[in-house]
Design a protein around this ligand. Structure first.
Ligand code: ARG
Length: 469
């Protein structure tokens, strides 16, 4: 927004443009208003109110007629919000007051009785918990989809050889399926962390009222059950001031995002002209407006970047919370935007990554060629010397080093070296050694549990197919 205060702008625009020359009332509203973002809690707010009203009626705190009116009014409001006709108003500050005022328009005094035995403090804590819980359930489904996409790729490539790296240097040949399953394991842990988080946060703040509880004969167990919570929170001060559920959800979201980001980074490297390990179709790449040959992995880059936003949200909310005395402080209104933004970013990232994994085609020829380079089977050569010649591993390491130096001089891969040349370094070497020098032989020999051998990868694929159904 510009800083000039030109005529013809509305009062609101002038307020910003005029370097805060607005009336105090307007400034107060500008800093206080949250309806612009907390309208995302509308569905949860209505659910909470319906549960609360039913409980009030059951316990004789409001009449059956009031309950009926409240239910009808909230039903209409729900429909208005769904079809975009609800008149959201800044003057009414937040989602709770917007809905309550609208209910009053519709049903009169009964609307005022809905707020008996509760406060906006326990109301917002309840709404936000429900919202976070709903999103965790959505993530559970999304992560499952991503795991399924990884599993399909793994299953198609249990014996596709690729270079395995340490320090991004060729280390030992692995299989593409093994690499996919490594990510599947990480996302499985993310899913389990979200489940733990959901379990811990699934307690109801409703009925804690402003901070101290209420003298009305309310039934917190009833509202907790109605809203799908395991139990009411046991301390009313804690109930209205706790936001660690949001912090924990942001933490697990951040960890999940690091996994997305690492896979994105690999895709960026793999799709480069220098690597050409995998190909993405036009569905997940963009062209350059000036360089016609380019196919950029934008989706992977954006997922990598969005990880920064998600971690930023965790930092931001942690800092909002760290200095707050009990119980509610208005600072806590700033809890929502970071969570909304981070969860939307993670959801989009999970969806895009699922699409990219399905879209990605490994270039098998190029992967094998790269796995053969840089003497990636040198460890296998040393292991052969240990197994067949009973050489101590340290000596075998030394002999292998000498052979690699010779291969380098001859500009040959290990499996292309003449037996005669190998024997100049260690005369006891026989032509049996060639059975371990190809990348496929190397990978196939790694049959230890969790190893990269195609036979092991196939076993893990089978296990995951059963687990994911
Ligand atoms: N909009 C407020 C928030 O999100 C609702 C709670 C307001 N409570 C209060 N005592 N002013 O935090």
């Amino acid at each position: 927004m510009g800083s000039d205060n030109t005529a013809g702008k509305s009062t609101k625009q002038k307020m910003w443009g005029g370097r805060f020359s607005a009336a105090p009332g307007e400034l107060m509203q500008a800093i206080n208003v949250s309806i612009g973002f907390d309208q995302r809690l509308a569905a949860q707010d209505i659910r909470g109110s319906l549960a609360h009203a039913a409980m009030l009626a059951k316990n004789g705190i409001i009449s059956k007629q009031d309950l009926k009116d409240i239910q009808e009014g909230l039903g209409e409001i729900k429909a208005e919000i769904a079809d975009g006709t609800f008149p959201f108003s800044d003057e009414l500050e937040d989602i709770h007051l917007n809905i309550e005022a609208r209910l009053k328009d519709k049903i009169g005094d009964a609307a005022g009785r809905l707020h008996t035995g509760r406060s906006r403090n326990d109301q917002v804590a309840t709404d936000f918990r429900l919202w976070v819980r709903d999103y965790l359930d959505h993530f559970d489904a999304q992560i499952t989809d991503l795991m399924t996409a990884l599993l399909t790729k793994a299953s198609d490539h249990t014996d596709t050889i690729m270079p395995g790296f340490t320090h991004l240097q060729n280390a030992q040949p692995v299989t593409f399926g093994h690499h996919m399953l490594a990510y599947l394991e990480m996302f499985a842990r993310d899913r389990s962390r979200m489940k733990d988080c959901r379990g811990r946060m699934n307690e109801s703040p409703l009925g804690a009222a402003a901070l101290a509880g209420t003298p009305y004969p309310i039934d917190r167990k009833m509202t907790a059950k109605e809203l799908g919570f395991d139990r009411p929170m046991a301390n009313s001060l804690d109930a209205v001031s706790a936001r660690d559920f949001a912090l924990e959800a942001l933490s697990v979201a951040s960890i999940c995002a690091t996994h997305l980001s690492r896979l994105s980074e690999e895709i960026v490297i793999w799709t480069s002209a220098q690597f050409q390990f995998v190909k993405l179709t036009d569905a997940f790449t963009t062209g350059s407006s000036i360089m016609p040959q380019k196919r950029n992995p934008d989706a992977a880059e954006l997922i990598r970047a969005k990880t920064g936003r998600i971690m930023g949200a965790l930092t931001s909310l942690t800092i909002v919370m760290k200095g707050l005395p009990l119980a509610y402080s208005k600072d806590m209104q700033e809890d929502k935007e970071p969570v909304f933004d981070a969860f939307d970013a993670l959801s989009l990232g999970l969806a895009a990554m699922t699409g990219m994994v399905a879209d990605m085609e490994p270039n098998e020829e190029r992967l094998l060629e790269s796995a053969s380079a840089a003497y990636s089977t040198a460890t296998d050569l040393a292991d052969w010397l240990v197994r067949k010649l009973n050489m101590p591993f340290r000596d075998a390491h030394h002999v292998t080093g000498t052979i690699v130096a010779l291969a380098e001089k001859q500009n040959k891969t290990l499996d292309a070296m003449a037996l005669y040349d190998l024997q100049t370094v260690e005369p006891r070497i026989t032509d049996d050694i060639y059975s371990v020098l190809t990348p496929l032989a190397s990978a196939s020999s790694r049959t230890s549990y969790g190893g990269t051998a195609p036979s092991e990868v196939a076993k893990q694929v089978k296990r995951w197919k059963k687990a994911l159904g």
